[in-house]
Design a protein around this ligand. Structure first.
Ligand SMILES: [Zn+2]
Length: 170
């Protein structure tokens, strides 16, 4: 992500000035306070957390609690819950931010562009019509209109509201 600059990204300064985490950052988030770690939801086997270096507003990651690198290493229960977490993330983002679409996917291995290759995670990136129109002009500059903590609160509230409407207990 070295080539990417954020126009408005106060969290980057906090990150640069703060202590660097050692070990796996996705494992470390599991032991942190939800708001500090930007964890939006925790399930039985997986959790949903905002990406610190979002490609777009509301960029979520769905992550198994277990430190596994390969998709085929997941148990059936982990896979099933990850799928439901992605669906819930989509519903929460729709309710909170009204995107026109989503990119959902995995980067498996450093060769495929995974930033944290040893702990697999799904990316869920809300998209809006025209959100990339200005990107070629600004090259590697990405615009983040919302602070991550504001986004976290929005998604968290929408997720809780969604939970009240459904009965699947996740
Ligand atoms: Zn890990």
């Amino acid at each position: 992500m070295a080539a990417v600059q954020n126009l408005w990204a106060p969290w980057r300064l906090e990150y640069v000035a703060g202590d660097k985490p050692t070990g796996c950052v996705l494992c470390a988030k599991q032991g942190e306070d939800d708001e500090a770690a930007l964890v939006v939801a925790r399930g039985e086997h997986v959790f949903a957390v905002l990406n610190l270096y979002p490609y777009n507003n509301g960029h979520l990651m769905v992550v198994p609690f277990r430190h596994v690198a390969e998709l085929e290493d997941l148990t059936a229960e982990e896979s099933a819950e990850a799928q439901r977490m992605l669906e819930r993330g989509i519903r929460a983002a729709r309710a909170a931010m009204g995107p026109g679409g989503f990119n959902v996917g995995l980067n498996l291995g450093e060769a495929a562009g995974a930033g944290i290759a040893s702990h697999l995670h799904w990316h869920l990136v809300p998209r809006w019509q025209g959100d990339t129109n200005f990107m070629p002009v600004l090259a590697d500059v990405r615009v983040m209109p919302q602070h991550l903590n504001t986004t976290w609160k929005l998604l968290r509230d929408a997720w809780a509201h969604d939970e009240e409407k459904t009965t699947d207990g996740m």
